[in-house]
Write a protein that binds this ligand. Sequence first.
Ligand code: NAD
Length: 251
Amino acid sequence: MAGRVAGKVVLVTGAGGGLGRGFCTMLAAEGAIIVATDRDAGAAEAVAEETGGMAFALDVTDEDGWARCIAMVGERFGRLDGLVNNAGIAMLKSIEETSLEDWRLTMGVNLDGVFLGCKHAIALMKTTGGSIVNMSSVSGIIGGHNLAAYNASKGGVRLLTKSVALHCARMGYGIRCNSVHPSFVETPMVEAMVAATEDAERARQRLVRQVPLGRIATPADIAPLVVYLLSDESRFVTGSEMVVDGGVTAT
Ligand SMILES: NC(=O)c1ccc[n+]([C@@H]2O[C@H](COP(=O)([O-])OP(=O)(O)OC[C@H]3O[C@@H](n4cnc5c(N)ncnc54)[C@H](O)[C@@H]3O)[C@@H](O)[C@H]2O)c1
């Protein structure tokens, strides 16, 4: 099959959500073999069905789950060419509003999940080389008064990515690792954030006003960058923070 990632085996976490699903759709259209994973098994199944891939129920905070998942990919395909550490959660809370439980939950999914994904995927990927894409956010670069745990977790993803990239380069594994930093994207995550405010329409307009390009992104605005990073077109790109934010961080 022709395509920019033709024949590559790509595992996506949080594949059942807004961005994960968008990534799987575009990657499959470009010829990738999709391993759709999510803690919501039904959502992963649905995406696997849509993309002709396979599904695996994986909570990214579960190290045994990662070990089983990567072992399954190894047995089935003998290699892993791409990993998108996409699963994530967000809480609109300031430092004073964030409980230790909130903090640990956010760090668990957003940062432990990426750590475990990189660690376990590298073990299989290093046999043939590959590309890891870690979903950070503009919130991993600039702060927000009500995103204490989210900011910290996404900033962590940004620098963990660089450490992974440098280690893999030094070891000569042929594995690249980059982070992706979108601003607001139309997904259930942003829907829930907006809906939790007193005036959802006003909250949405406030988000739009922060974006120089004047709109909230869609998953299809972000997916081409992920396809690029997983393809051989980006063969000299590693340890990079790729911003795709409609100009938010330029202001
Ligand atoms: N939507 C945005 O505006 C935006 C902006 C920048 C970055 N991001 C990041 O992009 C990624 C995807 O976000 P989204 O907007 O598609 O979110 P979403 O809420 O639409 O989807 C998230 C998916 O992750 C899954 N998930 C949650 N916890 C999990 C866990 N412990 N293990 C496995 N799966 C789990 C959910 O079931 C869901 O399918 C996240 O890392 C998010 O932080 C989103």
